[in-house]
Design a protein around this ligand. Sequence first.
Ligand SMILES: NC(=O)c1ccc[n+]([C@@H]2O[C@H](COP(=O)([O-])OP(=O)(O)OC[C@H]3O[C@@H](n4cnc5c(N)ncnc54)[C@H](OP(=O)(O)O)[C@@H]3O)[C@@H](O)[C@H]2O)c1
Length: 317
Amino acid sequence: MENQVYLASNERYAKMSSIYNRCGRSGVLLPKVSLGFWHNFGADAPYERSRAITRFAFDHGITHFDFANNYGVPAGSAETTFGRLMDDDFRPYRDELFISSKAGYLMWDGPYGEWGSRKYLMSSLDQSLKRMHLDYVDLFYSHRYDPNTPIEETLQALVDIVRMGKALYVGISNWPLEQLRLGAKYLKEHDVPLLIYQGRLNMLNREPIEEGILDFCREEGIGFIAYSPLAQGLLTDRYLDGIPADSRMAKEHFLTSDRRTPELLDYLHQLEAQAKASGRTIAQEALQWVLDQQGVTSVLVGASSVEQLKNNIAILG
Ligand SMILES: NC(=O)c1ccc[n+]([C@@H]2O[C@H](COP(=O)([O-])OP(=O)(O)OC[C@H]3O[C@@H](n4cnc5c(N)ncnc54)[C@H](OP(=O)(O)O)[C@@H]3O)[C@@H](O)[C@H]2O)c1
């Protein structure tokens, strides 16, 4: 693959109507399945595998790739990998891609390396653009709410980032409902309407529904993208027979082995039976459940192989 010029599949937009959803009441269409670069795309992952997964996604109409400043090991290296992918494969397709990044969690030492100040958000986005070899991102998120920074400071930084042409749209991730309401109002009043909310939603974690966030987004015409729709791999066949050595759980960091309880295995066996009855895999059943929730624009999956992604996008028909 190394020396071959990448030509994207001519078939990539053949199934437009089954692949895309409108993002809230905006002009943007997003693929119902989007690809996240949190794990498996950093300097610790084989470049050619990252490249194969990314090419496969784009060849199948998956136009939205999601990043944050701190993704990859070491932090930032997923964006660096993408910069290389832009140079090697994707530069001719820049206008067909919808690239997001975020800032909010710890990225560098000292008082300006995390949370929600204007100083941090602006500097972090500049760093992300350099790593990704991009002039602008399509979407920039506040990755978490900062209770110690005036909310207007964080929101005005988002407005100004759009005005400066460094992002086309802004998003909010992981903010509580009350602050989300204030944020959406502020952004609307400053003519930079909130495009999308990113929150964790899967069959095992329904907080955005229970807390009213999904309803709020739907009513306000804000898109909703569900992260970890497979509960980091728990809602697949990955852990049915043990903990594979190459899995996220084997690293015992973000997904720890205490999550693999007898109750979870019982639940998975029921889900497997239900999935089989509808001709699906557990992962497909879990993704379809999320997509079926009213107001969900896209499920944001991770993948450590082309096979996994292939399995996941099969729900698009
Ligand atoms: N805003 C936020 O705070 C936030 C937080 C977390 C994530 N995110 C975003 O959401 C994206 C997705 O998160 P996630 O990686 O936790 O999502 P996920 O889709 O719930 O989990 C992905 C993992 O599940 C396993 N997997 C995926 N498809 C599979 C299949 N068909 N069969 C078996 N196993 C399968 C793989 O695990 P193995 O790697 O073990 O093979 C893969 O790495 C991230 O990349 C990021 O963009 C955002």
